[in-house]
Design a binder for this molecule. Structure first.
Ligand SMILES: NC(=O)c1ccc[n+]([C@@H]2O[C@H](COP(=O)([O-])OP(=O)(O)OC[C@H]3O[C@@H](n4cnc5c(N)ncnc54)[C@H](O)[C@@H]3O)[C@@H](O)[C@H]2O)c1
Length: 396
């Protein structure tokens, strides 16, 4: 790295979305990254206006094409070091492809693309260019998610038999009383959202949480995609707001991956339960500092971030890097922004390695990769196929 300068991040999209605020905080959290440039809207005037109203000086661009063109003219150290794509789903593929081709690492929102063909193109390009690429599956960044991964993948729960991973929300039911609602959310438009609303938007988070913690893949799926709120006369235009996928896991176990936007009372209720032959664990993002583990024949135990975990009799071989994480001291709460920051921090390490010529392809242990994004899109497409074919079992 040249003289410890902070990395410059360029943003594509984000004049309004809440996720921009979260990314922005996460980018700044360590003092080693900063937002330097942005193309904030598909409308050039709005993009420039939003950039000029940004709370601190950034270089505004009328489009991501002009941002790429102008940034490439700058010398290393002044140009953007990576780009963050936080546009609606249909506008991930084109900027991602162009920035990868130009050799600029990409941090992209989920779901990766609108369809599998686009995801395959991105995956191939990332491999060809050997370039860092992160898909923003936020919840992999929670310290407790990483502890859960260690527990399952070091065999402490034995062979995994059953996983229940779900993401439960209420917003569709809450906003349905507003007649203008359909016009104000792109998530209901299949040309922007993709072939699944609920499955693509939050089912992919539930899937990624399962795959990251267990290291298992989905071999076959039998799914029900349902639409409780029908906004369009033509039924084919009504995307799912309730997504249920029964799955066969790659080790022979079974899983339920489900998501809903109609469950009144649930806010961002992502939760996972992993059951193995020697015990089980339960984690929920709304109480993300806590991990409950039930070893077979022993009392339940609740783990928090704690230096004493190094001496715990159940958590054998807890990796040093987990205990020495650069984070807020034990007992002060981490949350959503810290999870995002952990992803950006790990991505920064890879970007700096890439720039110094020492980058080896990421193994997916720190953040979701382009192939994780591709698997998410594949899963959603196969779930839709299954649902349309009488919930038949479909192989992935
Ligand atoms: N990781 C998470 O936890 C999480 C949470 C929420 C949203 N998301 C994802 O973030 C993305 C954005 O979602 P949102 O709810 O913030 O949407 P949004 O509509 O609120 O914001 C999208 C922004 O992108 C801008 N935009 C659209 N097209 C553009 C283009 N061609 N060039 C530049 N800017 C453009 C819009 O002006 C808007 O500011 C989606 O893919 C969504 O799935 C992820």
């Amino acid at each position: 790295m040249e003289n410890n300068r902070p990395l410059n991040v360029g943003m594509v999209g984000g004049s309004s979305g809440f996720i921009t605020n979260a990314h922005q905080r996460a980018i700044f959290m360590d003092g080693t990254r900063r937002v330097s440039a942005a193309a904030l809207s598909s409308n050039p005037e709005k993009a420039m206006k939003a950039a000029s109203e940004w709370p601190y000086p950034i270089e505004g661009y009328e489009s991501y094409d002009s941002m790429l063109e102008e940034e490439l003219k700058k010398p290393n150290g002044e140009r953007i070091d990576y780009v963050l794509i936080q546009t609606p789903n249909h506008a991930h593929f084109d900027p991602a492809k162009k920035f990868i081709k130009a050799g600029i690492p990409v941090f992209c929102e989920k779901p990766l693309t609108l369809n599998l063909d686009e995801s395959i193109i991105l995956s191939d390009l990332v491999k060809e260019k050997r370039i860092p690429f992160c898909v923003a599956h936020t919840y992999l960044g929670h310290w407790t998610t990483r502890l859960a991964r260690h527990i399952v993948q070091s065999g402490l729960l034995g062979e995994i038999r059953w996983v229940d991973s779900c993401y439960l929300q209420a917003w569709m039911a809450i906003r349905s009383s507003n007649p203008e609602f359909k016009e104000t959310t792109w998530r209901l438009n299949k040309n922007i959202s993709g072939i699944s609303n609920c499955g693509g938007d939050i089912g992919t988070h539930a899937l990624m949480q399962l795959r990251y913690i267990t290291g298992l893949d989905i071999d076959e799926v039998s799914a029900h995609l349902e639409t409780f709120f029908k906004w369009n006369e033509n039924d084919e235009d009504n995307l799912d707001d309730h997504f249920t996928a029964y799955c066969k896991l790659s080790n022979g176990g079974k899983a339920l991956v489900r998501a809903t936007q109609i469950a009144i009372g649930h806010k961002n209720d992502l939760r996972i339960e992993v059951n193995g032959a020697k015990g089980s664990l339960r984690w929920a993002q709304e109480e993300s500092e806590k991990l409950v583990v039930s070893p077979l024949g022993k009392p339940d135990r609740t783990y928090y971030r704690d230096p004493n975990l190094a001496t715990d009799d159940f958590l054998t071989d807890l990796p040093d890097e987990l205990l020495k994480e650069n984070t807020i001291p034990w007992g002060h709460s981490e949350g959503f922004h810290d999870a995002f920051a952990r992803l950006h921090r790990c991505f920064e390490t890879d970007v700096r390695a890439y720039q110094s010529g020492t980058y080896n392809e990421t193994d997916g242990s720190k953040y979701a990769t382009v192939d994780d994004g591709l698997i998410g899109i594949h899963f959603v497409e196969k779930a839709v196929e299954s649902s349309r074919n009488g919930h038949a079992w479909v192989k992935l």
